[in-house]
Design a protein around this ligand. Structure first.
Ligand SMILES: [Fe+2]
Length: 357
């Protein structure tokens, strides 16, 4: 038995207003006059947060276009533009949701690794450490702040650069940054966390490490989305810790059916992760009966619409593309259904599932 020996985030600061410590946190990590590069979710263009970025010297603020989830081409372009402009940089700071944080991780790695980020999609392919990187979530649930991957859509697959060099050196968890997240988006992203918990806790890879974090994260999700009548500041505090703990839970286990199926949707249709997971999870009662029942309750209580009919007009070739991408996520299926997963989740059964979405 080979036990996983994984890297974690080096430094964590948590608390309302902790974002104001960023300048102080970055100071000892500055290398001469090499700039810090801030990648800020374009949602914050013209908003107060953009004016609170602690720019010094040659530092640069870039608004990250995360209309679509990060692509390997976007990562490569950003990294080569930065190399051209500055030669080297002190670090990359990603401020936003999962897409922005993953983009920051990938660009930081591509500042030092040769070739294209597409060459490193997979497990443990990254050769050398990237530059210093910081993650600052402005919406809670993805777990990207703690994960050892950065999910990218490449020419042939949607897969992360999963490596020991991928986790952030520092994360800043300031729940006040999530206060103004749009209600629907907050729900979809929060459900990403809820689904991480269900998939981890119901998975065959589960151990006491994953279970401890998963149960706490699940409890926090239930508290904010089910047991409270109104969203308040404390809900933001709780969901931010749920995201962290949910991410820690899957660090030692794995996600499952909803993620494997939604990666296919994302690859073909560009469906974003949070909403894609909801679209899929909505129909997974055969795999996660209790979780799906509770999910339906949360959808109702929070007055959210989950899209349906997204695969209505697809061709056989398009279904095949989704099925190929999805079945390629072997560890996810194995965690969800056990070693014999290929006998359980046949192409026909997966096709029938996609047709229902
Ligand atoms: Fe996820």
């Amino acid at each position: 038995m080979q036990f996983r020996n994984f890297r974690m985030v080096n430094y964590v600061v948590y608390g309302r207003g902790s974002f104001d410590q960023l300048d102080e946190i970055l100071a000892p990590n500055r290398k001469g006059d090499a700039p810090m590069i801030f990648l800020l979710d374009h949602f914050f263009k013209g908003k107060a947060l953009a004016g609170r970025i602690p720019l010094q010297g040659r530092d640069k603020l870039i608004f990250a276009d995360v209309t679509y989830e990060p692509k390997t081409t976007q990562v490569d372009q950003l990294a080569s533009a930065l190399k051209e402009e500055f030669g080297t940089v002190s670090g990359i700071i990603g401020i936003g949701g999962g897409s922005t944080m993953d983009l920051a991780k990938a660009v930081a790695l591509m500042m030092t690794n040769e070739g294209s980020s597409a060459d490193y999609q997979g497990w443990d392919l990254v050769k050398v450490p990237g530059v210093y990187k910081v993650g600052i979530p402005t919406i809670s649930g993805t777990g990207a702040e703690v994960s050892r991957t950065c999910v990218l859509t490449g020419p042939t697959r949607k897969l992360g650069m999963n490596s020991d060099f991928t986790p952030f050196d520092q994360i800043v968890l300031d729940p006040a940054l999530t206060t103004n997240a749009p209600v629907n988006q907050r729900f979809y992203t929060g459900m990403d966390c809820y689904i991480h918990c269900i998939e981890s806790l119901q998975g065959t890879y589960l151990n006491e490490f994953s279970k401890s974090y998963g149960e706490k994260a699940l409890e926090l999700c239930q508290e904010v989305f089910l047991h409270k009548d109104k969203w308040d500041d404390h809900s933001d505090d709780q969901l931010m810790m749920a995201s962290y703990a949910g991410g820690m839970s899957i660090a030692y286990s794995q996600v499952g059916v909803a993620h494997a199926v939604s990666y296919g949707l994302a690859f073909l249709l560009g469906t974003k992760h949070g909403i894609g997971n909801c679209i899929v999870f909505n129909h997974l009662e055969a795999f996660y009966p209790e979780g799906v029942r509770e999910f339906h309750e949360m959808v109702k209580k929070n007055n959210i619409d989950i899209p349906t009919g997204v695969c209505k007009n697809l061709t056989d070739a398009q279904f095949d593309t989704m099925i190929n991408v999805s079945l390629g996520m072997k560890p996810l299926w194995e965690n969800a259904l056990g070693k014999d997963w290929e006998k359980i989740m046949t192409r026909e059964r997966l096709r029938a599932l996609y047709e229902r979405l």
